[in-house]
Write a protein that binds this ligand. Structure first.
Ligand code: SF4
Length: 424
């Protein structure tokens, strides 16, 4: 596809604006650096391992084989993003800039937004807070299959095996309903800018895996090695959650880590990466998204559904088929949730994205990106610059920098994952 001359949207940035216009500005206009948390780094690693796993012959896709991929994939990731290694350093560098302040990092990784202020979550209200309601979002593992048996439903990834959520249609469109919103795209390197700080989540992972609250009494090199070992151990634990809900020996994905895109309204480019696409012999599509984070997922399910509808719309517009199922695999909880979109709601969602894009263009024109506090503030790296928390945003960037918003450059997959929601 030719480089776009107009606005573009990725699901993450669109969800940012919908969640909080000021957060969108900090990330997409100001391009402020954010330090990835240990959960986000682990999630990026897990995505890489699961992608590689399907390179193996089907019979070899065992839990042991997946575990054996963890260390080499970590080495590849560090080679690609060397700053990630300092996440586990004994004396980590202090990040530059407000977003890397200890306070911001602490808030971004430890605060539980669900208990922090009680502001309603714009992304989740009325959507998936009760997945059972409405019947469109079903738990394929419900009924007790949490083991490989659940994978039995996937033996034919596309054929009738999909636990196709009963049609129903009661869940509201996460995007519909009131946002006046808009959007633009442009991912940026998460690691760009600030150095990496020691993440509290890494400390917690270390304590989980080693039984030591802190490794202050051992030589720094040994402490770093122990932290990395604990981190990798945590990744292997998440993979165990994957094998509890799917048997990859019975799957043959059609696509993995694919960049998909389409134009809508002759003006807006939509693009994003899908973790996995399964296609049945009959041509049914199932989009699969791995969620690896440790944060309470209720706070993020609205964003997750928004993301999956985004992919469903792009696939529908490019392939002429409405995906039969959108599947979220929560590896930490060893749980799978399916959602069945319908053409009518994807049409509404398309209109919502166009409105979102127009609202972003207005906000850019007026330089007016307002804070919208919610439970997700607990994970925001930019509280120190947010008026809701007593901060002052930096001066608005000049036009030259803002034009990057419409860049046609292909988004960086690793960077996208590292900046993704805490649920990864
Ligand atoms: S702290 Fe909350 S209101 Fe402020 S920019 Fe971040 S998400 Fe928006």
């Amino acid at each position: 596809m030719a480089a776009p001359s107009g606005p573009s949207l990725s699901p993450s940035r669109a969800a940012d604006f919908k969640t909080c216009p000021l957060l969108f500005r900090f990330r997409t206009v100001d391009k402020l650096p954010e330090t990835p948390s240990a959960d986000q780094v682990r999630g990026t690693l897990i995505h890489a391992v699961l992608e590689r796993l399907f390179d193996l012959p089907a019979a070899d896709r065992t839990p042991e084989a997946a575990a054996a991929l963890v260390a080499p994939e970590w080495e590849k990731l560090v080679a690609q993003e060397p700053e990630l290694a300092s996440l586990f350093a004994a004396e980590p560098p202090v990040a530059a800039g407000p977003s890397g302040s200890p306070a911001a990092r602490s808030a971004g990784t430890q605060t539980d937004p669900a208990t922090d202020g009680g502001v309603s979550d714009p992304a989740t209200d009325g959507e998936l807070s009760n997945p059972a309601a409405g019947g469109r979002l079903s738990d394929p593992a419900a009924g007790g299959q949490s083991g490989p048996a659940a994978g039995g439903q996937l033996s034919d990834p596309a054929a009738g095996g999909q636990s196709g959520p009963a049609a129903g249609g009661q869940l509201s469109d996460p995007a519909a309903g009131g946002q006046s919103g808009p959007a633009a795209g442009g991912q940026q390197s998460p690691a760009a800018g600030g150095g990496l700080m020691r993440d509290p989540a890494a400390v917690a992972a270390e304590a989980d895996a080693t039984g030591q609250a802190a490794l202050v009494d051992v030589p720094s090199g040994a402490a770093e090695a122990a932290r990395i070992a604990a981190f990798l151990s945590g990744a292997r634990d998440l993979l165990a959650g994957y094998f509890a809900v799917e048997d990859p020996r019975r799957l043959e994905p059609a696509e993995r880590e694919s960049l998909i895109s389409t134009m809508i309204g002759d003006e807006l480019l939509l693009r994003g990466y899908i973790d996995r696409l399964d296609v049945s012999p009959a041509g049914d599509l199932r989009v699969v998204d791995y969620k690896t984070g440790g944060a309470p997922r209720q706070a993020f399910e609205g964003r997750a559904l928004f993301q999956l509808k985004f992919y469903a719309l792009v696939l529908w517009r490019t392939r002429g088929v409405v995906p039969r199922a959108l599947r979220l695999l929560y590896l930490k909880d060893a749980e799978a949730l399916d959602y069945s979109p319908e053409a009518g709601e994807l049409e509404r969602f398309e209109r919502t994205l166009l409105a979102l894009s127009q609202a972003i263009e207005r906000a850019k024109r007026d330089r007016d990106f307002r804070p919208k506090p919610s439970r997700l503030c607990g994970w925001c790296s930019h509280q120190s610059l947010c008026p809701e928390f007593g901060g002052t945003p930096p001066p608005y960037p000049e036009t030259a920098a803002i034009t990057d918003l419409t860049s046609g450059a292909e988004p960086d997959r690793v960077a996208t994952l590292l900046r993704d929601d805490p649920l990864g």
